[in-house]
Design a protein around this ligand. Structure first.
Ligand code: ADP
Length: 399
């Protein structure tokens, strides 16, 4: 049976999913805590069979370890895989579309964008390179997190610093979470029954971003040059006054590297609650009346409200607001907190949702805007995109 393998490598984790040619999911795998003590492998197929393994290693040997985990546990035979989709965080100004990787030169261009996403891009590229070199019977697709946002107008993608910084150094808002926002867009087209839809999508997971989609195109995204900007996240700071950086550097002797590490790994929900970055732990803290947990959640909610207000005012008619990803799909009380004292629009939510389905309309008839919870599926979207790229290539060859 021909198979499609999807790879999504992060700064400390690597997710992979296996699909049949007609996009039926066969199983999901995860390697986490890479480079941290106790790296875990797990793979669960659709029948619920679970394979687990623990071994310490870092990114340098990830490709090798992943290949042997897949082969040794008979997860799949690489001879059956005809298509692989690799998630690449940064497409920069070089890649405005997703592509099939035809040569080493393309991989070098992807590597050249590493300074714009140093925590992800080198790992994304090295796995792509390894699999591209080793398995040349497989077609490899590079799916960029930024491609979906290339439609953002310049007044939204430029920062208000000298224009030369964009021209010379390509410093601009690239955004991220593109595959998730795009998957939700495809769902919304089906739900609203038309091609051109305008809505706001909130991807609230460990990483979090808000995207304004106008007439089915990304018009604004909270994430910035890198996935550090925008909303408050699990461990990332999101937006803040840039002078905080200069104050820390100039007056308190922090190095740029220290500050980067603090803003990316020690801020956000973790920075305020101090005990965990996980919303479920924060909820536990709140149930015990922990003041820091209460404050962390309050800040998280307020920043979402602020972005919603901004984006609601940026387009003529927002038809829906959608919540997705770990927090967005599961934390119904958080959505209620967001629309409690939401002065801009009358949003009336259903009291509770018994079981969360793939698509859930959670607002009542009398609500001014429809509110949905929709489960995201980035890997399925990557598989679809890769299949389409291959189909288009085959059509071109036939012509
Ligand atoms: P990632 O960005 O790593 O893919 P996820 O989309 O899996 O993250 O989201 C992880 C977040 O979702 C964590 O903060 C986790 O606590 C939160 N989450 C998962 N389930 C629930 C739940 N039932 N209630 C509240 N938060 C939840």
């Amino acid at each position: 049976m021909k198979k499609i393998l999807i790879l999504n490598v992060g700064s400390s984790s690597c997710k992979f999913q296996l699909f049949t040619e007609d996009l039926t999911l066969l199983g999901k795998g995860l390697i986490d805590k890479i480079g941290i003590k106790g790296t875990n492998f797990s793979y669960e197929n659709i029948n619920g069979n679970l394979i687990k393994k623990e071994e310490n290693f870092d990114h340098q040997v990830l490709a090798e370890k992943l290949k042997s985990f897949i082969s040794e546990n008979n997860i799949c035979d690489f001879n059956d895989v005809y298509l692989m989709a690799h998630r690449i965080v940064m497409g920069g100004e070089l890649f405005k579309e997703n592509i099939l990787v035809e040569d080493k030169n393309t991989i070098n261009k992807i590597i050249s964008l590493s300074p714009l996403a140093p925590l992800h891009q080198p790992y994304n590229a090295s796995l792509l390179e390894e699999f591209f070199t080793k398995y040349n019977h497989i077609t490899h697709a590079a799916i960029f997190d930024t491609t979906f946002h290339t439609t953002i107008p310049e007044e939204n993608y430029l920062f208000s610093i000298p224009l030369d910084f964009y021209k010379k150094h390509q410093i601009r808002r690239y955004g991220a979470h593109g595959t998730s926002h795009q998957y939700i867009l495809e769902q919304m087209k089906k739900i609203l029954g038309k091609e051109n839809v305008t809505f706001i999508n909130l991807h609230l997971g460990n990483g979090a971003s808000v995207c304004l989609i106008e007439n089915s195109k990304s018009k604004n995204i909270s994430m910035g040059l890198t996935p550090l900007g925008g909303l408050m996240m699990g461990t990332r700071s999101g937006d803040l006054d840039p002078s905080v950086i200069f104050y820390l550097m100039n007056q308190k002797n922090y190095s740029p590297k220290d500050i980067e590490n603090i803003f990316i790994k020690k801020s956000g929900l973790l920075g305020i609650y101090e005990e965990s970055s996980d919303m479920r732990d924060i909820l536990k803290g709140i149930s015990q009346n922990n003041k820091k947990a209460i404050l962390a959640r309050k800040m998280f909610v307020q920043r979402i409200k602020n972005y919603l207000a901004m984006y609601l005012n940026e387009t003529k008619k927002v038809e829906a607001i959608v919540f997705t990803a770990g927090i967005g799909e599961n934390d119904y009380d958080l959505i209620k907190e967001i629309f409690n004292n939401f002065f801009l629009k009358k949003i009336i939510l259903k009291d509770k949702i018994e079981v969360i389905q793939k698509v859930n309309l959670i607002s009542k008839e009398e609500s001014e805007i429809k509110i949905y919870i929709i489960k995201t599926n980035e890997e399925l979207n990557m598989a679809r995109i890769a299949k389409n790229l291959l189909k288009n290539k085959e059509i071109k060859i036939e012509e």
